[in-house]
Design a protein around this ligand. Structure first.
Ligand SMILES: Nc1nc2c(ncn2[C@@H]2O[C@H](COP(=O)(O)OP(=O)(O)OP(=O)(O)O)[C@@H](O)[C@H]2O)c(=O)[nH]1
Ligand SMILES: C[C@H](OP(=O)(O)O)C(=O)O
Length: 215
């Protein structure tokens, strides 16, 4: 399955500015991207990075500096122009965000499997975002930001696409804010978790909710 992985190269992870410098945010975002690409490949997907600028990865990259929604919809246009098979079936396509540091091959496989059962299968993020989806409906397009999970459910209904939510803690955890770093330290199995530890982050269990602090 083709899997589009949007990646912002210019000012990634600005909401982590309170704990990471710009260079560190770039390095951490890159580590998460590598983890996500590896999980997709291990799950049998064929990832293609959709980046705002050139990025050095060993997978195909499309550079599109337009806003996220515009760039992803252009990629969906391109996919569905060529996705039809002779028997009338349509090849599905997935979009998986590059900041899903807890993604594992199993979690991505479950997303792919849900996409075989419904026209559109969405893994929501906490707070109502859209962390990953699979679509085999040629008319489904995205509208990111805000509670985009709800918007995407409505868009699927408008175009007559069957919809299913994918209930996944691993795909539901996008790393946006400093509190999210604790999740990576606890559950992360890849480069992003290693990067955080090497940068001096440890769990902070002194308060009410476990957090991440830099030693
Ligand atoms: N191609 C592309 N990817 C984007 C763009 N903005 C964000 N992304 C990617 O989309 C995913 C979700 O991004 P967000 O968490 O909304 O934004 P972010 O830039 O990573 O972080 P913030 O600056 O803190 O909002 C991540 O994989 C980003 O790298 C964009 O304009 N174009
Ligand atoms: C891309 C966007 O991410 P968020 O801004 O919620 O992190 C969304 O999921 O709609």
């Amino acid at each position: 399955m083709e899997v589009i992985v949007p990646f912002s190269t210019d000012r990634p992870k600005s909401r982590l500015a309170d704990v990471l410098s710009p260079d560190e945010r770039r390095a951490f975002a890159r580590a998460m991207l590598t983890d996500v690409l590896e999980s997709i490949v291990a799950a049998g997907g064929e990832p293609r990075v959709l980046a705002t600028d050139a990025v050095d990865v060993d997978r195909p990259v499309t550079v599109d500096d337009r806003p996220l929604t515009t760039a992803v919809n252009a990629a969906l246009d391109g996919h569905f122009e060529t996705a039809g098979a002779a028997d009338g079936s349509v090849e599905p396509v997935a979009v998986v965000m590059a900041d899903l540091a807890l993604a594992t091959p199993d979690a991505v496989e479950r997303l792919f499997a849900a996409g075989r059962d419904a026209d559109v299968a969405v893994a929501p993020g906490r707070g109502g975002g859209t962390n990953a989806f699979v679509s085999s409906h040629a008319d489904f397009r995205v509208d990111y930001h805000g509670a985009s999970y709800l918007d995407h459910r409505d868009i699927a209904a408008e175009v007559g696409a069957g919809f299913v939510a994918v209930d996944s803690r691993r795909l539901g955890t996008d790393v946006d804010e400093s509190d999210d770093l604790a999740e990576v330290l606890i559950h992360g199995e890849g480069r992003a978790a290693t990067w955080l530890r090497e940068a001096g982050f440890v769990l902070d269990t002194s308060g009410g909710r476990v957090g991440a602090v830099r030693e």
